[in-house]
Ligand binder design. Structure first.
Ligand SMILES: Cc1cc2nc3c(=O)[nH]c(=O)nc-3n(C[C@H](O)[C@H](O)[C@H](O)COP(=O)(O)OP(=O)(O)OC[C@H]3O[C@@H](n4cnc5c(N)ncnc54)[C@H](O)[C@@H]3O)c2cc1C
Length: 413
């Protein structure tokens, strides 16, 4: 088999890269060792975060650091034994999260984020995937006036600097929109620009079907078998050997397995996260995805049920699962919204692929002219899949990129 480009990894990022290349007339093979979007892209919270211009930073205030160090919070958890291995990453992450540097990172990140809804909408339209999309924004809920007022002020600044829209809701306005939330809240920040997905796996498969309808091939194979051949690449697949002029690494949390073998040393780590579905009790309805801000977990009305997703777990990617954040969040979520029984037999876990400077790696490999990188999307891989797909495809085909790719180049490491 001979293709123009092989895309390694069929998560939301790889699928979008493959689709955008195939749309541009390239013959593309998309290769994964399992089915499409069955890893991190399967179980996320489903938000396309137009407001997410500030990638999640490492806390810098003393109180938060102290709370996290006790390892009892819901929004963050760590494996103490993993800390020595994670320390170099965490140190860099902390440095890039200093307020002035974080603001600089946000200005670069915003150039990608500003296109996230438009680029999804374009793919949704051509993939006929409208039934997965909810255009109702999402909400940050507040239990204290202090947090509420600080977040309202921040939203005002983001509106002025990045053009992001919101509505500030007091307790009464919130109760009218979400009558089944317990009356313990002092208000909410409703981000009105983002959209959300009722089934992230379903949306990814819809994009995959569009890719296949355009003639793209989805194959099973192990990326570890990739080898340079002349100026191009070859690898083994379940359908036989494959040769391609170019290759794109879109392996999400496993990217470093291949990049290390190819001689690159990226300081990558993962933030693991969990989900569980619940039936809504009785007639209860949740109309928007919501974040319980002060407690640190998400609830979203997904197709399968109410999906509770957890924050960041700092652990080695392949360490045994420890869904303690889910165990801590569940009783609090039950007090906030009438959840009935669990719908999954065990918690799902995914690993957000993270770089210490919070920016993804997008662009040509520094030492291989026909190799491209598209990974490290951390909390926003669903959000940025189509933006990344378009950007990589434009770079591979030599078109003028619609976003300046320089801030995301691999050379920065
Ligand atoms: C709890 C949670 C909630 C989240 N919520 C959101 C959200 O609301 N919005 C948002 O934008 N993002 C969210 N994210 C982040 C988002 O899910 C990820 O950034 C995104 O899924 C990463 O996509 P990816 O394609 O890079 O990686 P993946 O989806 O992990 O895809 C990588 C692929 O590579 C394949 N692979 C690995 N090794 C090999 C190999 N050797 N050979 C072949 N194939 C291989 C895997 O099988 C997999 O299919 C959330 C994440 C978590 C964990």
């Amino acid at each position: 088999m001979r293709h123009d480009v092989v895309v390694l990894g069929a998560g939301i990022v790889g699928i979008c890269v493959a689709l955008h290349l195939q749309k541009r007339g390239r013959s593309v093979a998309l290769v994964d060792r399992r089915g499409a979007a069955e890893e991190t892209s399967f179980g996320n919270a489903g938000l396309i975060q137009r407001e997410g211009v500030y990638p999640y930073g490492f806390p810098h205030d003393f109180g938060a650091l102290l709370r996290y160090s006790l390892n009892r919070t819901i929004d963050a958890h760590y494996h103490p034994l993993a800390l020595p291995r994670l320390a170099p990453f965490l140190w860099q992450y902390w440095r890039h999260s200093r307020p002035a540097r974080h603001a600089e990172v946000a200005r670069r990140y915003a150039k990608l984020i500003e296109h996230c809804v438009a680029e999804h909408e374009a793919l949704v339209a051509e993939a006929g995937a409208d039934s997965f999309i909810r255009r109702v924004g999402w909400m940050r809920l507040f239990r204290t006036e202090r947090e509420r007022d600080a977040r309202f002020a921040e939203a005002g600044r983001w509106h002025r600097e990045f053009g992001i829209n919101h509505r500030a809701l007091d307790a009464r306005a919130l109760q009218e929109i979400e009558p089944h939330l317990a009356p313990v809240l002092v208000g909410a920040l409703h981000w009105t620009d983002p959209i959300s997905v009722s089934d992230p796996h379903g949306l990814a498969l819809a994009y995959l079907r569009r890719f296949e309808a355009l003639g793209g091939a989805f194959l099973q194979g192990n990326a570890a078998s990739l080898e340079a051949e002349g100026k191009g690449w070859r690898m083994k697949t379940a359908n036989g050997p494959l040769a391609a002029a170019g290759a794109v690494v879109a392996l999400g949390p496993w990217a470093d397995v291949l990049t290390r073998a190819l001689g690159y040393d990226f300081p990558l780590a993962v933030k693991r996260g969990y989900h569980m579905h619940y039936r809504a009790a009785g007639e209860a309805r949740l109309n928007h995805p919501v974040l319980d801000t002060e407690r640190g977990y998400f609830l979203g009305p997904l197709a399968r049920g109410i999906r509770l997703t957890t924050g960041a777990e700092f652990a080695l990617r392949d360490a045994p699962r420890t869904p303690v954040q889910l165990a801590r969040a569940e009783p609090i979520a039950r007090e906030l919204f009438p959840l009935a029984e669990r719908l999954d037999t065990e918690a799902w876990m995914g690993s957000r692929p993270c770089t210490p400077d919070m920016l993804p790696v997008i662009g040509r490999a520094p030492r291989h002219a026909s190799l491209w990188f598209a990974f490290g999307h951390a909390h926003h891989g669903l959000t940025l899949g189509p933006v990344t797909g378009r950007l990589v495809a434009e770079m591979v085909t030599g078109e003028k990129p619609f976003v300046d790719p320089a801030p995301y180049a691999a050379e920065r490491f």
